[in-house]
Design a protein around this ligand. Structure first.
Ligand SMILES: [Zn+2]
Length: 206
């Protein structure tokens, strides 16, 4: 089943750009977080979290129940799990072993009952009612699948010096460098051209 290829990000200059993160758990990391990432925060209310799941890759497999109701506790748990996922994907990008506490957190969530995919009038459907813990469990399982797959070595940080965005390079050649070519790729190329220009310009008075 194909998945939505990108998440939409907004820069501080209010420009939008699309990032192909390569994994469900990374899509979730892109919803915000602590510190610098709070700029991206999009999960302010439990309804934001429900809406995120309804537009996530899980919804491509089968629709997320429209009546999904999540609590403040679910939101707090989602924020905590997101911090864990952020550290985990950074560990992968830096080729470091996972922190045992983070691994234990992933396992705690992954052990929760999963969201069952059922057969409904000839179509796939997520069984209702869907609980927040089942959805968070799906995120933890996705992270565990990534950590233990061959793609773990393809988790990278954008090559732009001032960009901390991570992605899984799922391309066949595996030579992806940028979070998004339309943002960091072009920015960096423009800067390189400018640098070269300055380099060949004679200094004033020389
Ligand atoms: Zn970037």
């Amino acid at each position: 089943m194909s998945a939505p290829a990108t998440v939409i990000m907004t820069t501080r200059d209010a420009e939008t750009f699309e990032v192909a993160t390569g994994a469900l758990c990374l899509d979730f990391v892109y919803t915000g977080g602590s510190g610098e990432r709070s700029y991206w925060e999009s999960l302010h209310e439990p309804t934001d979290l429900a809406r995120w799941f309804q537009q996530s890759r899980l919804a491509v497999i089968a629709p997320i129940p429209v009546g999904l109701t999540l609590s403040g506790d679910d939101l707090a748990a989602a924020h905590d799990l997101r911090e864990t996922l952020w550290r985990v994907v950074n560990d992968l990008a830096d080729v470091r072993a996972l922190d045992p506490t983070d691994a234990a957190t992933l396992n705690t969530w992954a052990r929760m009952p999963d969201l069952p995919l059922i057969f409904n009038n000839g179509r796939a459907a997520w069984a209702e009612p869907a609980a927040g813990s089942q959805l968070l469990s799906a995120l933890a399982r996705d992270a565990i699948a990534l950590v233990t797959s061959r793609l773990r070595g393809r988790v990278r940080r954008c090559a732009a010096e001032d960009c901390a965005l991570l992605f899984v390079d799922t391309s066949r050649p595996g030579a992806r460098r940028w979070c998004a070519m339309t943002r960091c790729g072009n920015r960096t190329k423009a800067r390189t051209r400018t640098d070269r220009h300055h380099h060949f310009d004679p200094e004033p008075g020389s």
